[in-house]
Design a binder for this molecule. Structure first.
Ligand code: SAH
Ligand code: SF4
Ligand code: F3S
Length: 476
C-alpha cells in the first residue's frame, strides 16, 4: 500500500493567497496503452461537477485504449466518483463498495478505484483502510490529472495507491474528455467555493475558488461547436463569482456570458448562481441574448432570515424576493428553480412557514429539497438541534407538496403552445418516443421521425404532466 498523501479537512479550510497557475495536461511517456482490450465501468454520484469530472476520467481511460461497459462482471476497472454532500450519499457509496467485494473475490485482477469528494474527508480514508481493503486506488478532486499514474503503478507494480491533496492545485487545461452527450455538454468555468455556507462540505472538498482563463473557455466552446454541440452548460459552485479571483478583477460572469453568447452556439445555460451576487448586468445579458436560456437555478435554502443568517447565506428573504422580482420583470418568460434545506439546526415551525411563504411568492417551477445532514468539519456540525428526524421528514413532505404544485404549474403554462426543443434522442423510459428539453428546461417526450435528433425543432405541446410535457414536431 502506498499512501502518498492523506486528506486534512482543517487544511482544506484555509484559503492561501498563492497564485493559481494554469498548466497543460500531460501524460508521462511511459504510460501507454494501459487499457487495450480492457473494460471500465464508472458510477457517478453527486452534482454536475462530478459528472464533468467523470467525463475527464473517461477521456483519460479511453486515451489508453479502455472501452466502457455497464456490466460489472465484464469490468477490469470499476471507479466510483463519490459525493460527500449528505450522509445518505456517502452511505450509498459504502454500500456499493461492500457489494463489490464479492466481485473482487471472483476476479482478483479487478481494480477498484474511489474518486471525488468523499476521499477529501479523513473519515472516508480511515474507513476504506480498515473495512474496504479491496479498494486499489483512492484519489480526490485536486489530482484527477494524476489518475493514470496511479493506475499504472497498480497495474504494473501490483500496489495500492492512495493520494488525496487538501490544498487545491493549479488549473489543468486541455484535459481529455469523453462526453456523455453528443449535443449538449458541460463547460467548467471555475472550480471550488469560497462561500462557506455553514452546513456545506463543498468548500472543503473542492477548495478555493479558481476561475479558468476566458481564452481557454472560449477555445473549448469553439471546439464543441465544431463537433456539432448545440447546448453548453457553464459550471461552477457559484458562477456569479467568476473572475473575482483574477488579479485584474475586471471581467465578470456577465461579461463572460455576453462574450460566449456571441459565438455560434444555440443554447447557453449555467449553474449554480448564488443569489447574493446576482447582478443586474447578469439579468440584462440573459434578457438581451436569445441564446442564453430563460431558466435560472437559484438556490434559496430557507425563507427564514434567522436561519439564512445561521447558514451564512448573506441575504435576507426580502432581498431574495426582490431579486426574483427584478428577474421576472426583465425576463417575463423565465423559469426559476431552487434548492431548499429543511430541519437546519434551530429551525422552528415558524421558520419553516417562512420558507413555504417564500416558495409561494417566488413561483418556483421546481426545487431540490433536502433534510439537513450534519457534515463533520463544518461549522453547523456543532450547532445544537432539537428537531427530530420525524419532524424534519414531515416538513420535507409538506414542502414537497407545495413544490410539486409549482412543477405542475410550470409545465401547464406550456400546454397548446409551440416551443423549441433540442431533441436529444430516444426517451430513457420509452424507446419508441423521442425526448429533449425546451428553452425553459422542461422535459418533453415527443413524436417525430429520427431525423430530428440533435436538432432544435418546433414542438406543439399537447399535454402537460407534473414532471414532463408531451407533444409532436411541427417544423424542422
Ligand atoms: N453550490 C451550489 C450547490 C451545492 S450542493 C449552490 O450553492 O447552489 C447542492 C445543494 O445541496 C445545496 O444547494 C443545498 O441545498 C444542499 N446541501 C448542501 N449541504 C447540505 C447538507 N449538509 N444537508 C442537506 N443538504 C445540503
Ligand atoms: Fe456549498 Fe454554499 Fe458553496 Fe453552494 S455556495 S457549494 S451551498 S458553500
Ligand atoms: Fe457532492 Fe462534491 Fe458535488 S460533495 S454535490 S459531488 S461538489
Amino acid at each position: 500500500m502506498d499512501i502518498l498523501n492523506r486528506p486534512d479537512l482543517r487544511m482544506a479550510r484555509k484559503r492561501s493567497k498563492k497564485k493559481v497557475e494554469t498548466v497543460e495536461y500531460k501524460t508521462d511517456t511511459h504510460i501507454r496503452n494501459l487499457g487495450v482490450g480492457k473494460k471500465y465501468l464508472i458510477q457517478t454520484h453527486g452534482c454536475q461537477a462530478n459528472e464533468a469530472d467523470t467525463e475527464v476520467i473517461k477521456g483519460m481511460l479511453e486515451s489508453q485504449g479502455f472501452t466502457e461497459t455497464n456490466i460489472i462482471e465484464d469490468s477490469d476497472l470499476i471507479l466510483i466518483n463519490t459525493c460527500a454532500i449528505r450522509e445518505n450519499a456517502e452511505n450509498k457509496v459504502f454500500g456499493e463498495l461492500g457489494r463489490l467485494k464479492s466481485f473482487k473475490k471472483i476476479n482478483p485482477d479487478l481494480i477498484i478505484a474511489v474518486a471525488g469528494c468523499m476521499p477529501q474527508e479523513e473519515a472516508t480514508i480511515e474507513r476504506i483502510l480498515s473495512k474496504y481493503k479491496h479498494v486499489d486506488i483512492v484519489f480526490g478532486t485536486h489530482n484527477i490529472d494524476r489518475f493514470l499514474n496511479y493506475l499504472y503503478v497498480v497495474m504494473k507494480e501490483h500496489k495500492k495507491m492512495i493520494e488525496v491533496i487538501s490544498e487545491e492545485g493549479n488549473i489543468v487545461e486541455h484535459l481529455p474528455h469523453a462526453r456523455d452527450h453528443r449535443y449538449k455538454g458541460w463547460v467548467n468555468i471555475m472550480f471550488g467555493c469560497d462561500e462557506f455556507c455553514t452546513y456545506c462540505i463543498v468548500p472543503y472538498t473542492r477548495g478555493k475558488e479558481r476561475s479558468r482563463r476566458k481564452e481557454f473557455i472560449i477555445e473549448e466552446v469553439k471546439q464543441m461547436i465544431a463537433k456539432g454541440y448545440k447546448e453548453i452548460t457553464l459550471l461552477g459552485q457559484n458562477v456569479n463569482s467568476y473572475g473575482l479571483d483574477f488579479e485584474e478583477n475586471d471581467y465578470s460572469f456577465a461579461n463572460l456570458l455576453d462574450d460566449l453568447s456571441d459565438l455560434d452556439i444555440e443554447r447557453i445555460r449555467f449553474t449554480t448562481s448564488h443569489p447574493k451576487d446576482f447582478s443586474d448586468d447578469l439579468i440584462d445579458v440573459i434578457a438581451r441574448k436569445p441564446n442564453v436560456m430563460p431558466y435560472i437555478h437559484l438556490p434559496v435554502q430557507s425563507g427564514s432570515n434567522k436561519v439564512l443568517k445561521k447558514m451564512n447565506r448573506k441575504y435576507t428573504k426580502e432581498q431574495y424576493l426582490d431579486l426574483v422580482d427584478r428577474i421576472y420583470k426583465k425576463i417575463p418568460n423565465v423559469s426559476l428553480t431552487t434548492d431548499i434545506i429543511v430541519g437546519f439546526p434551530t429551525e422552528t415551525e415558524e421558520d419553516f412557514q417562512e420558507t413555504l411563504d417564500l416558495v409561494r411568492k417566488a413561483k418556483f417551477e421546481g426545487a431540490y429539497t433536502f433534510v439537513y445532514s450534519r457534515r463533520k468539519g463544518t461549522p453547523a456540525a456543532s450547532y445544537e438541534s432539537n428537531i427530530t428526524e420525524a419532524e424534519a421528514k414531515d416538513r420535507l413532505h409538506r414542502l414537497n407538496e407545495l413544490v410539486n404544485e409549482g412543477y405542475a404549474y410550470g409545465n401547464k403554462r406550456f400546454e397548446n403552445k409551440i416551443v423549441k426543443v433540442l431533441v436529444e434522442g430516444y426517451s430513457k423510459t420509452n424507446t419508441s418516443v423521442l425526448s429533449g428539453h425546451t428553452e425553459n428546461n422542461k422535459l418533453v417526450n415527443l413524436t417525430g421521425d429520427e431525423s430530428v435528433i440533435g436538432k432544435i425543432v418546433d414542438v406543439k405541446i399537447t399535454k402537460s404532466k407534473t414532471w414532463s410535457l408531451e407533444g409532436h414536431v411541427v417544423s424542422k
